[in-house]
Design a binder for this molecule. Structure first.
Ligand SMILES: Cc1ncc(C[n+]2csc(CCOP(=O)(O)OP(=O)(O)O)c2C)c(N)n1
Ligand SMILES: [Mg+2]
Length: 677
């Protein structure tokens, strides 16, 4: 009980100290956990630091103290010190993260933590189906309005995950009161229909009630009876953050009523009433805490800030470099020619045999979720059959279907990868990747950087992409790769041949970075790009282009479905004019891309066209063209041309699709123009 009081008091006084430091402009941001301390300390005392797993949110200072984060470490974070274990001065204060205590770095996005925590709990179960490990994910009541909260409740109940949701309900999301946020005003009431979900609503300012509630929920999870939802009513006496003033929207009466429930008043009163503490001991404890905080603050403020030259560190793995010679290899061909989709399947199969931590999941990727059906049916194995037979060979633990919830699909992959598994998540069509955008951009790509290398999530996201399908229309034909190549920390590959698909996918699976692997649907079953299986260890480094056809007078930089179209266009021109001599370069990976190959070619030819299927404006070609203009200006004999789709969507009728997407003739006409320049 005295330890609980010490932790609560420490948390509150750290907030007070930070507020003072912020007012003196010695730190740059402050958000407090004031009013939330009792339930957090209870959770931190019931769960096991360094054994269970934690996805806290920004108010969870007292939880993190209870798990072992020191006041000095917290103040290092406030100061933005290089040695801050949470982020090395990269994230705002109160964005907790501590590898040793299993506190996984969190971003500022409300709601993304839920699905990652589910993935983490799944990793515990995958490693040991009898595990007693529990994952705790915390949030405010406002963040439960995010779709991923409900998606994660669904998956947690579907899989009976050992996952405790702790909702710290302070009645407000910044200025929005809960009855305007949540239908009926109680999130735990709303969640009443979820099967096997242990639910409890209680006063989170009451330490003893909180301790009992957390204990019960954690026992439910440890016994593998299902997930738990703890709904703790707390208060928020210090406004949302130092940038907010709650007096603008909370009445004095409301604030007074809250103050009466302050755990930093009620708990010590209780301890004194019960004779656990006397006034003198209490004063002694509070003075000792203030002295410790004072010393820690003095020290943290003198700590070194992050060096400007460190800005690019930890964007990518510092130990595995997928662009290096280590990934260069020769194919050991075996068997007859295989299509791209079949070779992707074979590569996944080979890697799953090699590495038991590779898990494949997505919508419809399994052969049959109902395993008993497999004695009578062949199985689905993906809408394009890329994952066919994987469930049959490796079982439902390693290849399984997921609900239609792309954000949660990627979030789960992140949580699993953070735990050292190698998830390969499939987004069924690129057109439906957008619910996962937050997870890809703000979470997957940032985790290593924002935690200063303490955490990473080297997941692979496979995505069928592209058009030329005759009938694919607007929602089964989209491109949009440049939206992802614009994301620091993410690798993006896009093979044009079966051989490259195999080599690049294997590299993705053996790398230590998050990879977006774009598979062109039209290229899945072409005859011209087939290849025999290049063997179980064939890898291709990222960032290495392939000169598909050498030439002397014009460079075409392209990738994906336009590689073949460019080849056909070039062959036609050279047939008519043998002196045309066109070089075609397939980039193969887009982030990183092979600048040296582009440079060498353009320095030789003096003319260059960048061609892609995606629409021209703001497309991938814009970056390449700008860089060529910048760095290779003196080598150019003609303007840099870009060729791509019209700046519109792909239409359903083939005549419309043909007019919108770049065709062989479009490429040929532009090549002729450049050659004539
Ligand atoms: C996805 C997203 N949308 C909006 C915000 C801005 N924002 C930060 S905190 C917050 C309110 C959260 O309220 P609640 O979940 O109740 O937590 P509390 O701050 O009350 O503890 C909002 C809207 C954000 N960080 N992320
Ligand atoms: Mg709130």
């Amino acid at each position: 009980m005295i330890r609980a009081f010490r932790l609560m008091q420490m948390a509150r006084r750290l907030d007070d100290r930070e507020i003072a430091l912020k007012r003196q402009n010695r730190i740059f941001f402050q958000i407090s956990g004031a009013g939330h301390e009792a339930v957090q300390v209870a959770a931190g005392m019931v769960l096991r630091s360094g054994r269970d797993w934690f996805y806290p949110y920004y108010r969870d200072r007292a939880l993190c103290l209870a798990l072992g984060v020191t006041p000095y470490e917290m103040l290092q974070q406030a100061a933005g010190a290089e040695a801050d274990p949470a982020s090395g001065g990269r994230q705002m204060p109160s964005h907790w993260g501590h590898a040793q205590h299993h506190i996984v770095s969190g971003s500022s996005a409300t709601g993304t933590q839920f699905s990652q925590a589910a993935g983490c709990a799944e990793a515990s179960l995958y490693r040991d189906p009898e595990t007693g490990e529990v994952t705790l994910v915390a949030s405010g009541e406002g963040a439960t309005s995010e779709g991923e909260f409900w998606e994660t409740l669904n998956i947690a109940c579907l899989k009976r995950l050992p996952l405790v949701f702790l909702v710290e309900d302070n009645g407000y999301a910044i200025s929005v009161p809960v009855e305007y946020q949540t239908a009926g005003g109680s999130v735990s009431q709303l969640a009443a229909g979820f099967p096997d979900l242990h639910r409890q609503e209680f006063d989170g300012t009451d330490f003893l009630a909180s301790y009992r509630a957390v204990k019960k929920a954690v026992e439910h999870c440890r016994r593998r009876q299902g997930p738990a939802l703890l709904h703790a009513h707390v208060i928020r006496p210090y406004s949302h953050s130092l940038s907010d003033d709650e007096r603008l929207y909370k009445t004095p009466a409301e604030r007074e009523a809250e103050a009466g429930r302050d755990p930093l008043v009620t708990f010590p009163s209780l301890l004194m009433e019960e004779g656990v503490l006397d006034r003198e001991t209490l004063n002694g404890i509070t003075h000792a805490i203030d002295a410790e905080i004072h010393d820690a603050a003095q020290q943290a403020l003198c700590d070194e800030p992050p060096a400007p030259a460190s800005a690019l560190r930890h964007l990518y793995s510092e130990t595995v470099d997928p662009t290096s010679e280590d990934f260069a290899s020769q194919p050991q061909f075996q068997g007859g020619p295989m299509t791209m989709v079949d070779l992707i399947n074979a590569t996944l199969r080979g890697e799953m045999r090699r590495n038991p931590e590779v898990l494949v999941f997505g919508e419809d990727v399994a052969d049959s979720s109902r395993e008993r059906n497999l004695s009578e049916v062949r199985g689905k194995g993906g809408v394009f059959k890329a994952t066919g037979g994987l469930q049959i060979e490796f079982g439902s633990r390693r290849c399984f279907n997921t609900p239609i919830a792309e954000g949660t699909l990627v979030g789960r992959a992140i949580g699993m990868a953070t735990r050292g598994l190698k998830p390969v998540a499939e987004i069924q069509f690129f057109d439906y990747i957008w619910p996962a955008m937050m997870q890809i951009r703000c979470e997957m790509a940032t985790l290593r950087w924002r935690s200063n290398g303490a955490f990473s999530c080297p997941a692979v996201i496979r995505v069928p992409i592209g058009g030329y399908l005759n009938g694919g229309a607007i929602f089964h034909s989209q491109s949009g790769e440049s939206i992802f190549t614009h994301i620091p920390g993410l690798r993006v590959a896009m093979p044009a041949t079966a051989l490259d698909a195999s080599g690049l996918l294997r590299t993705a699976l053996r790398a230590d970075d998050p990879v977006l692997f774009l598979e062109h649907k039209k290229l899945y079953r072409e005859a011209y790009n087939r290849s025999p299986d290049p063997g179980p260890d064939f890898t291709i480094p990222f960032g290495r282009a392939r000169v598909v056809k050498p030439g002397l007078r014009l460079t075409v930089v392209t990738y994906g479905a336009l590689v073949q179209k460019a080849l056909v266009a070039a062959a036609g021109i050279e047939k008519r004019n043998p002196r045309a001599s066109i070089e075609v370069i397939d980039l193969r990976s887009l982030a990183p891309y092979d600048w040296e190959a582009i440079r060498a070619s353009v320095e030789k030819t003096g003319r260059v066209m960048v061609a892609h299927e995606d629409s021209v404006a703001w497309g991938f070609g814009a970056e390449i063209a700008a860089r060529i203009a910048d760095e290779l200006f003196t080598s150019l004999d003609a303007p840099v041309r870009r060729v791509g789709a019209l700046d519109t969507w792909v239409g359903y009728h083939p005549q419309l699709e043909t007019a919108i997407l770049p065709q062989t003739e479009t490429l040929a006409a532009e090549m002729e123009r450049l050659l004539a320049y």
